[in-house]
Design a protein. Structure first.
Length: 128
């Protein structure tokens, strides 16, 4: 009985720690996006930011769907039939920021997106 209780307690602690880690990851993602929005709103150029300088990577997209900053879609548009559901999720972005969910390359994604004063969409997220 004591061994079973110890195992259950270890599982509960592990679950609590993993939930806390996810919250910390979401906090870091939000912090990265908020920092980039503040920088762009303060006068920095979107191209001053590099997608791979952040973990997970960040992207900057024009409202029309063109990726300004992205690890492998820079210069390409997501406003196409192929990426319609992704584009539709990302353009829900607001100046206050919000979390959106969509499918990307066969995986469920959760992404924090926020709109700059000039209308660019800045985002970053993770696979669920």
């Amino acid at each position: 009985m004591k061994k079973a209780l110890t195992i259950c307690l270890a599982m509960v602690i592990g679950l609590c720690l993993s939930t806390g880690a996810m919250a910390a990851d979401e906090g870091a993602i939000k912090g990265n996006v908020d920092g980039i929005v503040a920088g762009i709103d303060g006068g920095k150029m979107p191209t001053d930011y590099k997608a791979g300088d952040y973990d997970p990577y960040v992207f900057i997209m024009e409202k029309n769907g063109t990726m300004v900053v992205h690890p492998n879609k820079q210069g390409q548009s997501l406003n196409t039939d192929e990426f319609k559901t992704v584009y539709d999720a990302l353009v829900q972005s607001t100046p206050e920021g919000l979390w959106v969910e969509y499918e990307w390359a066969g995986a469920s994604k959760k992404t924090y997106v926020r709109t700059t004063a000039g209308g660019l969409i800045v985002g970053s997220g993770y696979t669920k």
